[in-house]
Design a binder for this molecule. Structure first.
Ligand code: DAH
Length: 338
């Protein structure tokens, strides 16, 4: 009899160690304790045993059953804690690892450039003002001494919204708007987007940014203009910059100049960037034309002033060594992270 007991329980002990999951455990359990299981088969035999031995045999079978149940219960508890342990291992998180880094945004170079220019000019008393991008032809051209028949108007042909409403071609109309609403003296700079019918390439874009400057006071001369621009370009590009005024024509200034700065790449000796001249064209400027002053109701006998305009992309490209203007608008992360 003991052999039977040992055979059953040893087999159970062996199998119970091989069980890997709940399903396998259930199969094993029913193999031993199920209706058709080995122990049930023994139970069925109790009635067949002779009367005198039946009690003893019954007790024997019940003991086996009890032992098997205990073994299985213990195995089930072990299995549960093993599964739990594995689950925990799988979901383990190393809280000492550094977290995922978020990329921090940068101020766009164009905004940065406008801010730098504004910081330079605000230190010498200039105020920042803004004007609309949708502008009347009167503010954009006529008031700036550029009547309809004027050939200079063709050079800045633009996007017309209506006959006399356009996307501004330059920031110069902000001069007009400011003078119309403010009494002199005044000193302002005005950054913003401007629009021209240009094909995009490395140095052109149908929408780009300018910064306009305007200074109105009594007894203003070209000397004031030159000193102001020298100060601005020195502060912006660094070093000690020289400025060259080349006489040029803009309808709203007289005299008018194209302004060059000595090349910051070769120090004026001549290189690829300055095409061997030692100078880089950077601004348009001049003394505000008396007709412009009259158009806004200022008396040119009392008030004079100078004005200048520069391209934000242009000065940023020179300062940061950017070869293609289109980079500013592509939003390539590698460029923006400069
Ligand atoms: N508005 C001119 C342009 O877009 C630039 C300019 C030239 C502005 C001379 C000025 C100036 O204020 O005095 O090309």
């Amino acid at each position: 009899m003991n052999e039977i007991r040992e055979k059953i329980l040893n087999e159970l002990k062996e199998k119970v160690n091989e069980v890997k999951n709940i399903q396998e455990f259930q199969v094993l359990k029913s193999k031993f304790l199920g209706k058709k299981g080995e122990i049930s088969n023994l139970m069925k035999q109790i009635s067949k045993v002779e009367k005198e031995k039946r009690k003893e045999f019954g007790a024997f079978v019940n003991n086996i059953k009890k032992e098997a149940e205990e073994l299985l219960n213990e195995a089930f508890e072990n299995l549960k804690s093993k599964i739990k342990e594995e689950e925990e291992k799988k979901n383990w998180v190393d809280i000492t690892l550094p977290g995922a880094r978020r990329k921090i945004g940068y101020e766009h170079i164009l905004k940065q450039t406008i801010r730098e220019v504004y910081e330079i000019f605000s230190n010498i008393g200039y105020k920042i003002v803004e004007g609309p991008e949708i502008e009347t032809t009167w503010h954009n051209f006529d008031a700036l001494n550029t009547p309809e028949w004027h050939p200079a108007r063709d050079m800045q042909d633009t996007f017309y919204i209506k006959d006399n409403i356009i996307l501004r071609t330059h920031t110069s109309p902000v001069q007009v708007r400011t003078m119309l609403t403010h009494e002199p003296p005044l000193a302002i700079i005005s950054p913003g987007r401007v629009y021209r019918k240009d094909e995009p390439d490395a140095t052109h874009s149908p929408a780009f940014n300018q910064i306009e400057g305007l200074y109105i006071d009594k007894n203003v001369t070209v000397g004031h203009l030159k000193a102001t621009l020298e100060k601005f370009l020195t502060m912006y590009f660094g070093g000690s910059r020289k400025v060259l005024l080349r006489p040029s024509y803009f309808p709203f200034v007289e005299p008018g100049y194209e302004v060059d700065v000595d090349c910051m790449f070769c120090g004026g000796k001549g290189c690829n960037v300055c095409k061997g001249t030692g100078w880089i064209e950077i601004l348009g400027a001049g003394l505000v034309h008396p007709n412009v002053l009259k158009n806004v109701g200022y008396d040119p006998e009392i008030w004079q002033g100078f004005a200048f305009g520069t391209g934000v992309e242009r000065i940023a490209m020179l300062k940061h060594g950017i070869a293609d203007m289109r980079e500013f608008y592509r939003n390539d992360m590698r460029f923006l992270g400069l």
